[in-house]
Design a protein around this ligand. Structure first.
Ligand SMILES: Nc1ncnc2c1ncn2[C@@H]1O[C@H](COP(=O)(O)OP(=O)(O)OP(=O)(O)O)[C@@H](O)[C@H]1O
Length: 261
């Protein structure tokens, strides 16, 4: 689905990403983790085709990403970014329906019944009944769910999520990631999410990539990657790593400073 080969991204005189290589397959959920400023969002922008890079190669379904037109990319790749929602006072329903733009002809018509898709997406994210509310009348968490519904109506093969759980309380964090994971499994999609919460990353992702200073510090299954040593060396925190009592995946407990004992 995605092949990234020795990609290098420079902004000004700074190397933001260096020597990035990996292959992502269909029907998998990938997590991108790492400290602030490591290059996670930049990597996601490169994969979505909106950012150029200096050297290396990104191939989507065997074709270099540069060869795709905007609309063609949007027909099978969707990015969840709350900041990318329109600022003006559109209704929830209007915004979610905007996810169908790539499928419309120049008259704004399309073959699929978009209304039905919008209804289903609103239902899936629990926003049914709020469809005529305006975006500026919603909380951060509700807006995040609008952004997910807009992604769902796009019916993408690949979903890129940039910190999707920001603004969400723990109940909605689990609900959002459950929805994404169910969709990924039911439709056989590829999903990649930048996540700060290592415990959620371990529970939802098949594989993780750890970025540090623009380079891949580790990659593999959560079991392989989330060790106390790795977390210490990448984040400078000294954690306790346990197994989840139900799922067996690694879970990270933080320790406060020794002087506070
Ligand atoms: N337009 C830009 N101009 C200059 N530097 C930039 C630009 N965009 C990003 N950077 C720098 O590139 C580095 C990587 O940024 P990026 O946003 O990809 O990191 P991140 O891992 O997503 O961080 P965070 O966890 O804080 O969101 C940072 O040091 C950032 O300051």
């Amino acid at each position: 689905m995605i092949e990234v080969e020795q990609v290098h991204k420079r902004i000004g005189s700074r190397d933001i990403l260096q020597d990035i290589s990996f292959t992502w397959r269909e029907n998998r959920m990938y997590g991108i983790i790492g400290p602030n400023g490591a290059g996670k969002s930049t990597l996601l922008s490169l994969l979505s085709g909106v950012e150029p890079y200096q050297s290396g190669r990104i191939r989507l379904r065997g074709r270099p990403i540069e060869q795709y037109g905007r609309k063609e990319l949007a027909r099978w790749l969707a990015v969840l970014q709350q900041e990318a929602l329109p600022k003006a006072a559109f209704t929830v329903r209007e915004i979610v329906a905007m996810g169908r733009y790539p499928f419309q002809n120049w008259l704004g018509q399309e073959e699929e019944d978009a209304e039905e898709l919008v209804d289903r997406a609103l239902e899936l994210v629990g926003l049914h009944g709020m469809e005529s509310r305006r975006l500026n009348q919603l909380s951060g968490g509700e807006r995040q769910r609008v952004a997910l519904a807009k992604v769902i109506v796009q019916q993408p093969q690949l979903i890129l999520l940039d910190e999707p759980t920001t603004y969400l309380d723990i109940g909605y964090q689990v609900q959002l990631l459950d929805t994404v994971r169910r969709l990924q499994k039911n439709e056989g999609l590829t999903v990649a999410a930048v996540l700060h919460d290592l415990n959620l990353a371990a529970q939802y992702c098949d594989e993780l990539i750890v970025l540090q200073d623009g380079k891949i510090a580790a990659s593999g299954t959560p079991e392989e990657v989330l060790t106390a040593d790795l977390i210490r060396s990448v984040y400078g925190a000294d954690p306790i790593v346990l197994r989840h009592p139900e799922h067996g995946v690694p879970q990270v407990l933080l320790r406060r400073g020794k002087d506070l004992e």
